[in-house]
Design a protein around this ligand. Structure first.
Ligand code: SF4
Ligand code: SF4
Length: 500
């Protein structure tokens, strides 16, 4: 017996508007729409719909609507319809549930419970339209004091730095998980904006070596696509120890997304699930991590900063302290709401901690230990707007990674079906007919627009605070106040309550 699971969504077609042009049928990779020869009308199988909104957006007569299907289970506060569906699915298949994108559960979003200060009267605001406002940042180890040589000249021998025009980078998204055209959009936009995009653990397609000045390459536990040329091509190298969406486990690329090109780039077989190991099998201590960092530095002639990326977990501050001492130039902290191409649902929804808490703890710990300048800190894991960037910087970040927001700019409608490989927007797919729906020229323009808009908003918010540089905002928690937070939360965030 297979359980009957009611469709999550219903397809509503207005037959007064529908002209049976069959555009919806052609556009839906899930095979929902079809022409019913008997009734001579369009029809739908809603059980296959993931609510990606593609058909709604492309229907020339606006005849379609996708609505939530109110299931008729006898739910209660403990057993939701979704929990029941999941049990039925697992009883049918015996399989681990797989999901995409970030944790959708209703845990607190601390960014939404933090407000920003504004200057008035004695400490006036700054007008960003008329006065210079510095949004550029440098990531990497800094000197704690000004050094001069015996002739009194400034010693300027800092380790390699990444210069960002604005404190935003595109977070790791692998070729394989996302399409060639999505990667090209990110690479082109990063180049135009003077920021960086990140290959994730998918290797670097040969066509993208030309964007190397704006490319961060990743070395993850599976070492997919890692070779000397790959390291040499990068502006920086990121060692991925963990990922916010799935702390404690490796990456997963479903086999149906491993095309010939993906297999060549990753140096793995075609069509078979690629699951990278949970640990790096050569790293079981900070000393081991240090060895890998210095192996990479040695292999790249000490010319490139090394980033270590970790998931936000309970002891992240102690881990960050160890990473800072291990020789890394930059630490990336990925919160539990961060997106993914594929993760076990239980891990995604139950493991890790919010990046806001992790970031504040890491910044405090590094300051207490006097090593804050030994390393830069990048925060990621559901940065949704310029306000989140401002709050993250004031909590202690040097810069932020954005992933889901970048995909939304490319057209993603958060249907959370990336793991199926049938992304109707040409983003999280390798099917050529679908990939061609995303034009990299248009995609990169939309990304440039997004980051440019955020940069303007960041300047306005900084101006309102009477601050004219990101450097002066960094870790400036006096500029933040909590609303509706308890004493413990305020203590961890290192901020006062609004009104205090
Ligand atoms: S999966 Fe997307 S394109 Fe297909 S019917 Fe649902 S909303 Fe429309
Ligand atoms: S990238 Fe595509 S498949 Fe993934 S959530 Fe967005 S629209 Fe859906």
């Amino acid at each position: 017996m297979t359980a009957y699971i009611p469709p999550e969504f219903d397809v509503v077609r207005d037959f007064a508007l529908c002209v049976s042009c069959r555009v919806c049928e052609k556009q839906c990779a899930n095979g929902v729409h079809f022409f019913d020869g008997k009734s001579k009308k369009m029809a739908a199988d809603p059980s296959k719909c993931v609510n990606c909104h593609r058909c709604v957006c492309v229907c020339p007569t606006h005849a379609l609507k996708i609505v939530k299907n109110p299931d008729t289970y006898r739910q209660n506060a403990n057993w939701s319809g979704q929990s029941m569906n999941e049990v039925y699915r697992q009883a049918d298949t015996g399989g681990v549930l797989l999901s995409s994108m970030g944790n959708p559960s209703a845990y607190p979003v601390y960014f939404d419970r933090i407000l920003v200060n504004a200057s008035q009267v004695t400490n006036p605001p700054i007008d960003p339209l008329r006065e210079p406002m510095e949004t550029a940042v440098y990531l990497g180890k800094k000197d704690v004091e000004i050094r001069r040589d015996i002739n009194g000249r400034l010693v300027d021998d800092l380790p390699p730095q990444l210069k960002l025009s604005v404190p935003i980078m595109f977070s790791a998204m692998s070729y394989g998980s996302i399409s060639y055209n999505a990667h090209e959009s990110l690479a082109r936009a990063a180049e135009k904006l003077g920021i960086y995009y990140n290959t994730g653990e998918g290797g670097l397609h040969r066509d993208f070596y030309k964007y190397s000045k704006n490319t961060i390459v990743q070395v993850a536990s599976g070492r997919f696509g890692v070779h000397a040329e790959y390291l040499a091509a990068a502006a920086a190298i990121e060692i991925k120890m963990g990922q916010g969406a799935k702390p404690g486990i490796g990456g997963h690329l479903p086999g149906m997304k491993i095309s010939d090109e993906v297999s060549k780039t990753r140096m793995i077989p075609r069509g078979i699930d690629a699951i990278s190991p949970a640990p790096h099998h050569d790293i079981y201590s900070i000393e081991d991590l240090r060895q890998l960092i210095y192996t990479i530095k040695e292999a790249t002639a000490y010319l490139k900063p090394v980033i270590v990326k970790v998931a936000a977990v309970h002891n992240v501050a102690a881990i960050a302290s160890g990473i800072a001492r291990s020789g890394a130039d930059i630490i990336a902290i990925d919160g539990f709401r961060g997106g993914t191409g594929a993760a076990p649902t239980r891990i995604r929804d139950n493991v890790g901690i919010p990046v806001e808490l992790a970031l504040a703890q890491v910044d405090s710990r590094l300051r207490e230990e006097g090593i804050r300048d030994a390393v830069s800190v990048v925060a990621g894991g559901s940065i949704r707007s310029s306000a989140d960037v401002v709050k993250a910087v004031a909590l202690g970040a040097d810069a932020c990674y954005i992933g889901t927001a970048a995909l939304l700019a490319l057209g993603c409608h958060l249907c959370r079906s990336c793991h199926t490989g049938k992304c109707n927007w040409g983003i999280a797919t390798q099917r050529e007919d679908l990939v061609s729906r995303l034009d990299p020229a248009e995609g990169s323009e939309r990304l440039v627009n997004l980051v440019t808009a955020w940069e303007r908003e960041i300047q306005e918010m900084m101006g309102g605070m009477g601050i004219n540089s990101i450097e002066a905002l960094k870790g400036n928690r006096l500029m933040l106040r909590g609303v509706g937070l308890n004493e413990t939360e305020l203590k961890i965030l290192g901020i006062s309550h609004a009104g205090a």
